[in-house]
Ligand binder design. Sequence first.
Ligand code: AMP
Length: 430
Amino acid sequence: MSFSSLGLSEPLLKAVAERSYTTPTPVQVAAIPAVLRGADVWASAQTGSGKTAAFALPILQRLAAGHRERGRFVRALVLAPTRELAAQIGESFRHYSRHLPEPVKVLVVYGGVSINPQMMALGGGADVIVATPGRLLDLIDHNAVSLSAVSTLVLDEADRLFDLGFADELNRILTLLPVRRQNLFFSATFPPEVQALATALLRDPVRIEVAAAPATAPDILQRAIEVDPPRRTQLLRHLIEENKWTRVLVFVATKYATEHVAEKLRKAGIGATAFHGELSQGARTQALAAFKASKVQVLLTTDLASRGIDIAQMPVVVNFDLPRSATDYTHRIGRTGRAGESGLAVNFVSAGTHAHFALIEKRNGFSLPREQIAGFEPEELEVPADPTGGIKGKRPNKKDKLRAAAARAAGQTPVAPVAKEKKFSWPRVR
Ligand code: AMP
């Protein structure tokens, strides 16, 4: 199967060739002809599957063939959950459109930065807008843009749009769109609310299921290493040095931990930087750029970066803290092993998170052997389940409860008090 057999025009094929893609991915094979003939699409596909090109290429071809609207109108609207994903999609549209005979105006709009330049850029409308929902509504409220001429709507990572609480914004945007339009719906998972929206939105859609999602693709080697929580930073450092990892994405549970672990690694002479939602947009862009340009070796992040961010050649992902859910696990490890490259996903599992990891394994249908690294063998034993989150043998005080609630919110079994307070230690049994 080749791109040219999918019905794409020469200028688009040229842009694809410049990206050195030789064969279309399964989602591209299924989606491109369907989008070209104007059908709605229901695709369960995630980042890493090649889904951006699967909608961007045929949309561009249809736009190039259609007539141009004048004024504040938009012809294709792509909604994405995060700024980073929006920026990436915009970049793809721009790249693929570079050889089209008429220039295609692509705008990316997202919150967290000043609205004025975006309003200025919107003067005269745009062929394609890639937007996060909140900022798009702000622009509509400022009369900077009208959605009444949108001919194609793309919801990208629809499940994530819901996860991030965009349901109300999404509903409002949908009421502003013309009734007759093409809808392309991409989501990694279909929980009930996403399924309901897809059903309501799509007319006789072409359904696409991408069989090998990145998480289950055989080219991601997954490992589970047992380690006590207080020794994780040292173990991480050891693994980086021992294996000569040059680019590592490390997931931790909190924004604080991104900074804290980054700081500890820097002190150990490893280039590390934090990436989280409380950084300014400038700082986020800078952190990502430094990581992409290999100026820093380790990027410490929360789940913010688990989806959407496309970093070519991400050989190693480490779950320093385990993700909250089996789905988040899929998204996190989907950062590696992208588009045919091999990847490694390493999980740090402790006595306290052992049961949680077993659940992630079960839900995702895999089971990993537990490894121990010489010098980092765990000493803590499994913490008995205690619904109050307290420590067995000790009535939880207010601090314990707060800590347990925070740990629960971060998806971690609360083991920190045991290690930190050293009120008692578990007996060692071998
Ligand atoms: P996406 O799922 O759209 O985020 O794409 C994941 C990655 O795969 C991006 O780095 C794309 O540039 C790359 N990619 C997309 N299509 C292909 C293809 N047909 N062959 C190789 N790489 C591709």
